[in-house]
Ligand binder design. Structure first.
Ligand code: IPE
Ligand code: IPE
Ligand code: MG
Length: 241
């Protein structure tokens, strides 16, 4: 079966999972840690190269301060607790997003997780925190504009490859498979540029209930898709040029 090189997941539905059980929303976020561990293990085992998880969007800052605070506390707690195991499993962990918007303590924790796991050669886990596709495009433009102003780069030298390189995912391959749980059929400002040709898979399952069976369904659907990238079916089969 064809396995995606890069899987990107919008882990949605924690709040509704909790509401259904008359629990506070944060209980849903906590319950969402189990499938996070599971998809990391499964992607590692199946030979996926990159797994990008959307944990907190630029728009999520607009949630009630209490929920934002509890989520930030949870990130800090989980990273501290899981870093040894991730390191042992040869997983390298990277973060994308507006780090400057995070508390200094969390910024330090993120840097230390990245440097602890930097030499690992297995699955590359990318966690998107305080990330937005629009923010990413703007920071890429700012980087390129600075290089132009300094005279190092000519405006006409800017092409798709250079722009892609300046985005947060830099040299990584674009996601092959995009998964969103929780029933909504939208991208919600995730990797806007990088998702151009991703295969989209939407699941109605709330993220805390996402299990191996649900992941299998997404991988099976992906394997059955014909990825044409603009060309015709016959060109792919190699019949006709
Ligand atoms: C996704 O679950 C997790 C984050 C955005 C942090 P939600 O919290 O959006 O859950 P729902 O969509 O309200 O159910
Ligand atoms: C997207 O989920 C962001 C994350 C999963 C981190 P949201 O729940 O914030 O998206 P909307 O508001 O339904 O579009
Ligand atoms: Mg949601």
């Amino acid at each position: 079966m064809r396995v995606p090189r890069h899987v990107a997941i919008v882990m949605d539905g924690n709040g509704r999972w909790a509401a259904k059980r008359k629990l506070p929303r944060v209980a849903g976020h906590r319950a969402g840690l189990k499938p996070v561990r599971l998809v990391i293990q499964e992607c590692s085992r199946r030979g996926v190269e990159v797994l990008t998880l959307f944990a907190f969007s630029t728009e999520n800052w607009r949630r009630p301060a209490q929920e934002v605070g509890l989520l930030m506390k949870l990130f800090l707690e989980v990273l501290g607790r899981e870093v040894d195991e991730l390191a042992q499993q040869n997983i390298s962990v990277g973060f994308i997003g507006d780090r400057a918007a995070l508390a200094p303590e969390l910024q330090e924790c993120i840097s230390s997780v990245e440097s602890r796991t930097a030499g690992n050669t297995g699955l590359k886990l990318v966690i998107a925190v305080a990330y937005g596709g629009r923010w990413d495009a703007v920071q890429a433009v700012q980087q390129l504009a600075r290089r132009c102003v300094s005279g190092e780069l000519g405006v006409d030298a800017i092409d798709e490859a250079l722009f892609a390189q300046a985005l947060s995912l830099g040299g990584l391959p674009d996601p092959d498979l995009f998964i969103r749980t929780g029933g909504e059929r939208r991208v919600s400002n995730f990797l806007l540029w990088n998702l151009a040709y991703s295969e989209l898979w939407f699941s109605d399952v709330y993220w805390p209930d996402f299990d191996v069976g649900a992941l299998d369904q997404a991988f099976e659907a992906f394997a059955a898709r014909e990825r044409r990238f603009g060309v015709t079916s016959r060109q792919i089969v190699g019949d006709v040029c």
